[in-house]
Design a protein around this ligand. Sequence first.
Ligand code: SF4
Length: 162
Amino acid sequence: MVKKLMVSACLLGEPCRYDGGSKPVAALCDLREKAEIIPFCPECAGGLPIPRPPAEIQNGTGEDVWKGRARVVDRKGIDRTDAFCEGARKSLALYQQHQPDWVITKANSPSCGLGQIYDGSFSGSLRSGNGVAMALLLESGARIMTEKEFMENQNQIMDEEN
Ligand code: SF4
């Protein structure tokens, strides 16, 4: 069976990052012929423009955002929580529609981060936790790894039985 992977769009070279750039990973871009790839970008799906001011979760994690204990605020001080949550819900809907084997997600992002995210200080520092979209997908039982984990385990992942 062809492997089905839902992948953060910026890792596939789509210029959807806050600065209008992308973070292409050759190992993922090259998979387009061998696997079914479903790109997603929660921040764009939530209606945020490209480019946009960078945003980070203040005083918490993606899980805290869903519990109403933390907000996502951009560098200009504008609260972007609603857009981040809307994009996460749309990403979950895409996941439920396609039922991918794995979600490959961009490390550290306030939306896509897994295990570690920027700490809200806009200094490049990290804290433990998940981004807003990954917190929601994890709750739904999705199997998720960052692009770094994918690069370390890609042969095993592509060979595993569905
Ligand atoms: S929200 Fe995710 S997919 Fe979109 S640019 Fe940020 S890290 Fe990439």
